[in-house]
Ligand binder design. Structure first.
Ligand code: GDP
Ligand code: GDP
Length: 437
């Protein structure tokens, strides 16, 4: 289960700067994907080789309780109250203020484990800055400069040490023959309708697998002799009337479902095109390196003209995931579901395919010879050999020289070359470039 860390603090202390420092993907090729919109409040920190955790930037917590500001403040509180760890961010330059004191009082009431993060300690005496907050009585205190990325790695280490144990994930992972899928998407695209239909059709071969923590639930089902585990994004089937703040908060559940699944099925509403929220959900699945299928739902309610419009939009707006299959379905009428599950299987087998070193090296040689990288400021990169490093998603290590000069477009060329050559559909393909042999 993806743990949740909340950033809390008064305005201007640097919460969103810290949020960016923690959640920006190291892989610029993924992060700067044109077409993906990024949610400014929810993200995942993926420290290399360490455990990922979700982050929510609660904005200014000491808001009014009325109107829009009130909704934001309520939402922030809901997030912080659920968090496994709260980072209380303060400004090391300005020192403690009355607003900080108020937030501290509120934090004490929530009784969540809290760490004090003194930000903006670049170019000042950080010990003096820490001392100014000594009266708050925190035993866990970290000095950072979010803007200059100083102390961030130490902060991540401290955070990981404070998070609850990983728990027993085996319940979700043990069965290698079960494809783990998550239906994700913004509210009202038809996720619950689809799940209910799937389970109804299966005459309840489905059974609930108790989640490891909190209220996560997985549902096992079979279809055409194949076995699946649906990772529930909490309450898919039992819809309750939750207030706006809590609805928004289910982004955390979406992030957790993405983390647990092998194939993410991103659902869209054919009548509404591809909204920013859709693109941001897609971005989360991409960041996690998940195999992907796009299910364009409510295809039943569309006229021919509307369908044409929708097709055009898909091509324009989803260019950044043109390797993912888009399937037109109607959850309401059950049409397109056979195609959907075929696409899920293609994505899953592509994502988990095993590779041999020789076929991978052969592929990189041919890719290189067919289209060598262009000369960059008098230098030209040389690709020598490659080997498989991981699956789900397929990851390859490429060895060579002057690899730093490889452009993003060349990297995308390699990706596409591998996709074609190995007939990979519906999965990201990753390369790690290693200088020398
Ligand atoms: P938020 O309102 O808490 O989300 O704060 P922001 O992240 O928007 O930052 C407020 C201001 O502080 C911006 O002008 C940032 O550039 C600046 N800032 C953030 N972090 C640092 C830091 O580590 N050092 C310095 N010197 N300035 C920072
Ligand atoms: P969720 O919030 O993503 O779980 O969405 P729901 O499953 O609750 O569906 C939202 C609304 O869309 C409901 O009124 C459904 O009846 C309707 N809906 C769902 N799937 C379809 C579909 O395939 N066609 C049509 N016309 N309506 C649908």
């Amino acid at each position: 289960m993806l743990p949740l860390v909340a950033l809390v603090g008064r305005p201007n202390v640097g919460k969103s700067t810290l949020f960016n420092a923690l959640t920006r993907s190291r892989d610029a090729l993924v992060h700067d994907q044109p077409g993906v919109t990024r949610d400014r409040h929810y993200g995942v920190c993926r420290p290399e080789g360490l455990r990922p955790f979700a982050i929510v930037d609660t904005g200014g917590i000491a808001g009014e309780d009325e109107g829009l500001v009130g909704a934001t403040a309520r939402q922030a509180r809901a997030a912080a109250e659920e968090a496994d760890l709260v980072l209380f961010i303060v400004d090391g330059r300005e020192g403690a203020s009355a607003l900080d004191d108020d937030i501290l009082k509120w934090l004490r009431k929530t009784a969540r484990p809290t760490m004090l993060v003194v930000n903006k300690t670049d170019g000042i005496d950080s010990q003096a800055a820490l001392n100014d907050f000594a009266r708050y009585g925190f035993s866990d205190v970290v000095a950072v400069s979010s803007a200059h990325r100083q102390g961030i790695d130490e902060l991540i280490e401290d955070v990981l040490a404070k998070l609850p144990e990983e728990g027993n994930t085996s319940e979700l992972d043990t069965d290698p023959d079960r494809v783990r899928i998550a239906f994700i998407g913004r509210p009202n695209v038809g996720k619950s309708t689809l799940v209910n239909r799937l389970l109804g059709e299966e005459r309840m071969i489905a059974s609930e697998v108790p989640g490891t923590t909190r209220d996560s639930v997985a549902i096992d089902m079979e279809r055409d002799g194949k076995r699946y585990r649906l990772i529930d994004t909490a309450g898919l089937r039992r819809k309750s009337k939750v207030d706006e703040a809590v609805e928004k908060f289910s982004i955390i559940k979406t992030l957790q479902a993405i983390e647990q699944c092998q194939v993410a099925v991103v659902m869209l509403d054919a009548g509404e095109g591809v909204t920013d929220q859709d693109a941001s959900v897609l971005g989360y699945a991409l960041d996690a390196g998940r195999a992907l299928v796009v299910a364009v739902n409510k295809w039943d309610g569309q006229t021919d003209y509307q369908r044409q419009q929708a097709e055009g939009l898909l091509v324009r707006k989803l260019g950044f995931v043109d390797w993912a299959e888009a399937v037109r379905i109607s959850a309401k009428h059950g049409s397109g579901l056979a195609e959907l599950f075929k696409a899920i299987h293609r994505a899953h087998s592509s994502a988990t395919r095993e590779f041999g070193t020789s076929e991978v090296t052969k592929a990189i040689e041919i890719a290189y010879e067919t289209n060598p990288p262009p000369v960059v400021r008098g230098h030209v990169a040389k690709l020598r050999y490659a080997h498989p490093a991981a699956s789900n998603p397929p990851t390859f290590v490429v060895h060579g020289n002057r690899l730093r000069t490889l452009s993003d477009s060349y990297k995308r060329y390699l990706e596409n070359f591998f996709r074609k050559r190995f007939k990979l559909v519906g999965t990201p393909v990753k390369f790690i470039f290693r200088e020398g042999s």
